[in-house]
Design a protein around this ligand. Sequence first.
Ligand code: NAD
Length: 280
Amino acid sequence: MSATPATDGPANDMGLVVVGAAGRMGQTLIRAIHSISGARVIGAVERADSPHLGKDAGELAGIGIINVPISDDPLPVFAKADGVLDFTTPASTVEFAGYAAQARIVHVIGTTGCSTDDNARIAAAARHATIVKSGNMSLGVNLLAVLVEQAARALDADDFDIEILEMHHKHKVDAPSGTALLLGEAAAAGRGIELSGNDVRVRDGHTGVRKTGSIGFATLRGGSVVGDHSVMLAGTGERITLSHHAEDRAIFARGAVKAALWARGKKPGLYSMRDVLGLS
Ligand code: NAD
């Protein structure tokens, strides 16, 4: 198979490294970059024990050879890149944030499940790197978050209870999803409260009655579901449901490339997808 070599793009194209290049999102990112003008893949990184080291990233992603071998050493590729797209694991994302800050390049983070400590380290790296981080890179979910915030503001906590239901494929390892938490944050912002301390992430056994103003989460896992989210505002005698259904990972990948192109040349800081999409 053959395709346009990665080195053939115009000189001012944004050179992007995909870390986690053999993963579900990594391969989708390689395909997305290849189809979007203004960006090209210049590096692909995987963990040291990956069976895919040395393979061509384009060939693995199904677009043919792009002359970008998958490596386990991020430093040389970060040094020649303009940005890195990172959908990996919290521990590796924190490490990559340090390298991206050293290289003073754009870091787009889609990894979910980061702890408070992980997020503090990422925020520290954002003093030197331009970071865009979001639990969901799609236009649809970020618009949904705006609508959820408005609905939560308009409907009083005494009258409407907010519950967030999500379903993902059986391989997902963190819960609630980053998107569910993003939507929870939006609901909390609409209510003028912090999500932390008002969230109910699990219910089991004799839970007692629902606490007024709390924001509940329910998690389903199974099959190949890319991502379904519903935010319910349940009142007495009526219920509003705001939903998003992701059918293809390409929506997240296209959003991530858009974020990288947007962030190029922006001053260091921690930005969100809402900033990228002008929804802030
Ligand atoms: P995956 O397991 O298919 O892929 C992760 C890849 O990262 C794997 O190939 C793994 O080998 C690689 N990896 C792990 N540690 C590494 C390291 N230190 N160096 C290099 N590579 C490393 O998972 P996935 O379904 O692609 O999801 C990845 C992450 O992206 C998850 O946190 C998921 O929740 C998140 N995600 C976010 C969005 C969004 O829009 N923000 C959308 C989809 C998925």
